[in-house]
Design a protein around this ligand. Structure first.
Ligand SMILES: Cc1cc2nc3c(=O)[nH]c(=O)nc-3n(C[C@H](O)[C@H](O)[C@H](O)COP(=O)(O)O)c2cc1C
Length: 360
């Protein structure tokens, strides 16, 4: 039996589950209990491991770099950050990579619940292994977490959508459900009123001006975005149309000539934008932000909403602080999310599990 002290069901050793958890930067998982888990009789089948890792790998990641690899040892699943897939120009500090790993951790917990397992997790569990983003230990149960189990069905339905959305307001009930989802993950989702939306859109002009002369960023994006892709990166087919107004409420990731001349469309003038923030900005806090993000995105999917991201200001420290100031609250902005109703499905590829998982 795996002791339940590694973490709670809806919270971990690092997160209190309250609105603003006190996050420690590192937390050693108790070695005795990990050893006990490794020696347990519980062995996951190949099919179960495929379900768990397939769900984790379906998580969103900046430019679809999928910056993770997995190690499975009995009922213990480790999620490592893969430095070879880091975005050194656009994500110098690795914050976006940690958010992606946090989202993968949350998906894995949903998959565990769908298979009839409780899951206990620790973020950055080992000081001696800084690339070990999360350790998850699963344990059979008669009463798997109902919400995680329910959200599992949404994982294949969730996609980033860069299409114009229908001109219908996001209902207040949905906004509250998404804010509660973020809060359950220890983050805060602030919906921006029209004036603040305009302030954020104005920052996009500033970001574009900074990017024009930055060939490092442009070269990195050209490496990951555009063309036909079968394993990673963002294919041209999911870039959505170009906006016929500027600044646009979606990020135009196209860098290649063919992508820069793709058809245009009219986007909504008053996008439903929300900022996901956390109280702290430690590495563990960013992983927890990824878990909160994914819970929020899966609940949005359940409610028929599509999400896209306007994160470019968050890639510059001063503009990131400005975004947080615009929310009117203390904290650290982690994601700028645009929600809306759309029926268009745009899927991105994923790497084969065989290349990213060690099983023993
Ligand atoms: C931390 C993070 C930052 C992202 N930033 C952007 C962004 O600024 N603009 C954008 O269009 N998509 C952004 N994305 C979405 C990714 O491009 C998307 O998740 C990836 O291409 C995989 O596609 P999927 O979400 O449809 O599975 C971001 C995703 C993550 C996790």
């Amino acid at each position: 039996m795996v002791p339940k002290v590694l973490a709670g069901r809806d919270s971990c050793l690092l997160c209190s589950g309250a609105a603003w958890p006190r996050l420690k930067t590192r937390q050693e998982l108790p070695p005795d209990q990990v050893v006990e888990a490794l020696m347990s009789e519980d062995q996951l089948t190949t099919e179960q491991i495929d379900v768990l890792l397939g769900a984790a790998a379906a998580a969103p990641s900046m430019h679809n770099t999928q910056p993770w690899r997995f190690e499975v040892n009995g009922p213990v699943i480790d999620i490592y950050l893969d430095g070879s897939r880091a975005l050194l120009a656009e994500d110098l500090t690795g914050r976006a990579g940690r958010i992606a790993a946090g989202a993968a951790t949350f998906n894995l917990r949903c998959a565990a619940a769908s298979l009839g397992y409780d899951s206990w997790f620790g973020l950055l569990p080992s000081a001696s292994e800084p690339d070990l983003a999360a350790r998850i230990v699963v344990q059979p149960t008669d009463s798997p977490d109902r919400e995680l189990n329910q959200l599992f069905a949404q994982i294949p339905r969730r996609h980033t959508s860069r299409e114009p959305v229908r001109p219908v307001e996001v209902p207040i009930d949905d906004r509250m459900a998404l804010s509660r989802a973020a809060m359950a993950g220890g983050a805060e989702l602030t919906w921006l009123p029209a004036d603040q939306v305009r302030e954020v859109l104005a920052l996009l002009i500033d970001t574009d001006l900074r990017e024009i002369g930055d060939w490092h960023r442009r070269a990195e994006r050209a490496r990951w975005v555009g063309g036909d892709r079968s394993t990673d990166g963002v294919p041209s087919s999911v870039l959505g149309p170009r906006s016929d107004t500027y600044p646009a409420p979606v990020r135009d990731l196209g860098t290649r000539p063919a992508d820069q001349t793709r058809p245009t469309a009219t986007f909504e003038t008053e996008p439903a934008l929300a900022v996901l923030s956390t109280a702290g900005d430690s590495e563990a806090g960013q992983l927890a932000a990824g878990m909160a993000l994914q819970r929020t995105l899966l609940i949005a999917t359940r409610e028929g909403l599509k999400a896209a991201f306007l994160n470019q200001p968050l890639e510059f420290d001063d503009l990131r602080r400005t975004v947080q100031r615009i929310t009117g609250k203390p904290g650290f902005a982690q994601m700028i999310i645009r929600f809306g109703h759309s029926t268009i499905h745009a899927t991105t590829p994923r790497r084969l599990l065989a290349g990213i998982a060690d099983r023993s």
